[in-house]
Design a protein around this ligand. Sequence first.
Ligand SMILES: C[S@@+](CC[C@H](N)C(=O)[O-])C[C@H]1O[C@@H](n2cnc3c(N)ncnc32)[C@H](O)[C@@H]1O
Length: 272
Amino acid sequence: MSHTDDAVPQIDTSRPSIARVYDAFVGGKDNFEVDREVYRHLLEIAPESAEVGRQCRAWLIRVVRFLAGQAEIDQFIDLGSGLPTAENTHQVAQRLNPAAQVIYIDNDPSVAAHGRALLEENDHTHLGFADFRYPEELFEHPVVADNLDLTRPVALIQCNTLHHVKDAEKPVEIMQSYIEGLAPGSYVAISHLFAPEDGSEQSKLARDAEEKFNALMGSCYFRQREEIEALFGDLELVEPGLSFLFDWWPDGPRLKPLTNGEQLLLGGVAKK
Ligand SMILES: C[S@@+](CC[C@H](N)C(=O)[O-])C[C@H]1O[C@@H](n2cnc3c(N)ncnc32)[C@H](O)[C@@H]1O
C-alpha cells in the first residue's frame, strides 16, 4: 500500500485532528469545536499554552531564516507542515531567496483542503499529501522528486511532528533513513516535546499533558533529551545544540523567566 497517495480522504469533523488542534494552539481559525475542546483541556493544565504556541512558530521562523540565509539552503522539505498560519516556511525562506523551493507534506485531510491556497501560492511552493513515516516513499513522491534536486543540499524540517510517532514505529530509524537520503551539506531541524524526568514541576506537567492529550486524541509522546538527540543520528548539531526553543538564537535577551510549558520543548539544527 502506498502512503503517499494523492487520493485525500474526507475531513472528519466528529473527531479532533492533530493539525486542527495545533491550529487552535497557534491561534488559527481552521479548527472545529471538537478541536477547540481538546485545546481547552490543555489550557486547563498549561494555561501558558498560547505563549508556547508562539514560541514554536518563532523558533521555526528563526531556523528557516538561518537555513535560507547563512546556510544558503534553497530547497526545503517541511514534514507535518500543519495548517497555514501567520508565517510559513516558504514565506520566510523566499523573502531571503525568492527561488527557494519549499515542499510541504502532511497526512491530515484538513491540511490538504485548507492548506493548498496558501501552501501552494507560487511555482516554488508545493504541498503533498503523504505519511512522513515512510521516508523511501516520500523521497519518491512526485511532489518531492519533481521539484527538488536531491543530489544537492536540502533542509529537512520536523517541527513538532516526531512526538506523534510511537516508539514502536521507530522514529530514530525513520530519521536515519531521511539522513541517509540527504546530500552532504544538508540540514535537519527538529523540535520535539520534552519530558525532563527529573522529578521537577516541569516533569510532572509533561506527564500530565501527555496523559491528557492521549486520553483525548492519542499519539503524543514527550521524550527525554537523549531520545530526542538520537533523532539526529550522527549529524553534528550546530550551536547552541539541542536547547529550549527560546534559547536557540533568540531575537533578543530574555526579559521574563521561561514558563513551565516553554521548558517542555527542545529544538536543534544539525548539518550532514
Ligand atoms: C503539532 S502539528 C505541527 C505543525 C507544524 N509543523 C508546526 O510546527 O507548526 C503536527 C503536524 O504533523 C502532521 N503529522 C502527524 N503525523 C504525520 C505523519 N505520519 N505524516 C504526515 N504528517 C503528519 C499532523 O497532521 C500535523 O499537521
